[in-house]
Ligand binder design. Sequence first.
Ligand code: ARG
Length: 581
Amino acid sequence: MKSHIQSLLEQTVAKLKQQGIIPEDTDPRIQVDRTKDKSHGDLATNLAMMLTKAAGKPPRELAQLLIDNLPASSHVAKVEIAGPGFINFFIDENALAKQLQAALADEHLGVALPSAQTVVVDYSSPNLAKEMHVGHLRSTIIGDAVVRALEFLGHKVIRQNHVGDWGTQFGMLLAYMEELRAANGAESEVELSDLESFYRAAKVRFDESEAFATRARHLVVELQSGDEYCNKLWREFNEISLSHCHKVYQRLGVSLTRNDVRGESAYNDDLPQVVKDLDAQGLLTESNGAKVVFQEAFRTKEGEPLPVIIQKADGGYLYATTDLAAMRYRSSVLHADRVLYFVDLRQALHFQQVFSLARTAGFVRPEMSLEHMGFGTMNGEDGRPFKTRTGGVVKLIDLLDEAHDRALELVRSKNPDMDTATLEQIAAVVGVASVKYADLSKNRASDYIFSFDQMLSFEGNTAPYLLYAYTRVAGIFKKAEDIDLSAATIVLEHDKEKELGNKLAQFSEVLARMVDKGQPHLLCAYLYELAGAFSSFYEACPVLAADTAAQRDSRLLLAKLTANTLKQGLALLGIDTLERM
Ligand code: ARG
């Protein structure tokens, strides 16, 4: 409805331009907002105030001219001028009811589908040869929610799991492998199944011995220049590490597959070309033997120029070099319209630098949009990065196990007589849902405090609250199975019906904003409000005990659309619903 009013206003502005009331070259951003106080109508715009300067007319006079030229619409019952020149729109309830009725019959729930784009989404992207830990959670689930919503809206999404499979850490692991073999005899098999402790031991050697560190750096170069022995070991490492990642994805209900993996190594062969192309454009500078690019816009706080390092003195390439090659690939091979990077905010400067450099060097089509969707840190209850009691990193698998155990206790306490198999099934959904929802419901740009108690509470904007709300709505139909709704119509009479109807009609604009901004919390907040609007409606408006059959059926349809919207919305967040809990 909001976008409908917006387009009416666009047409109006065009008419006023034709009449010479607004200068041709004014291009106002037309903003339409929902009103807080319904006595001021349902939607409002400040357009008249925005145009007053360009048109040289007082805002209230301009507001009247806008209203006089507004195309007729069956959705608008009344238009009014308010205060200094706001225009308030009163939505026609019949039109709203019709819109909701149409949404019920539509597999996209009436959501407006934009023109389809190709969107590359870079997410999860852990560094391999390490087990997945809580630091990987946010990128993985926030990215996956945005991916699901983009696909629902009809976009072509290309997932890219840009795993770190090619960094210095591999030199370290290979060097440690060698050392173990030298000590234990060349024949001894090195145990790779426990990568985590292997990694830790290698790191200890790297930090304590300069000779080891030098050897490690050398082996990276060997690996990168295609040495067969190094490459074989490297493939073994990756296989083990990736299959572990995919176990975690499966457990989390994340849609990434092995086909979506395109790691840093995939760009290895392009890196010399990246250097050549930067050089040919005169962008490269030597600095202590390394090849770097200085960009005017990037300086330290002290005003010193800040480089992007492209190639080290020993010939090794860097994270930034690979990202430049990846951008070129995403632009010229994948033909992306947008590329979204779900990566920790601490990498903000890196992305600003490489985005800007890719544009300067002409590595990407100018119209391709590059967006760093940064996120903050997941902290423990002490406000510091989330750690185990002994200060170690928390493995994602362990975190999910604990969530599951706690969810099981919670569900058992609510249903003391439920059989174990059913309890386990419900707990499996509630545990994962709680961890995901707690994260998704926060603005991704802020840090947040991870708390099992909060995420498993039935009160507030939590997974248990929403899952339970869904079971309640869905439960109404269990008692209404015999009622034939095929000829039923939605009629909005009661205030609470209108409020619920208005909320339902907002699903479309919420999804549009969520994928535009890469912010799943907008969808979470919406679903929470929708559940609240349903609760108020259900308290005020008897459904099965309604006054007439027509009223009962209309309310059943409203409940049905609420259930569908909650289920679809949660599915877009990667969260399964339950029929009971
Ligand atoms: N592997 C990197 C890390 O763990 C994240 C990669 C993000 N994607 C990218 N194209 N740089 O920090």
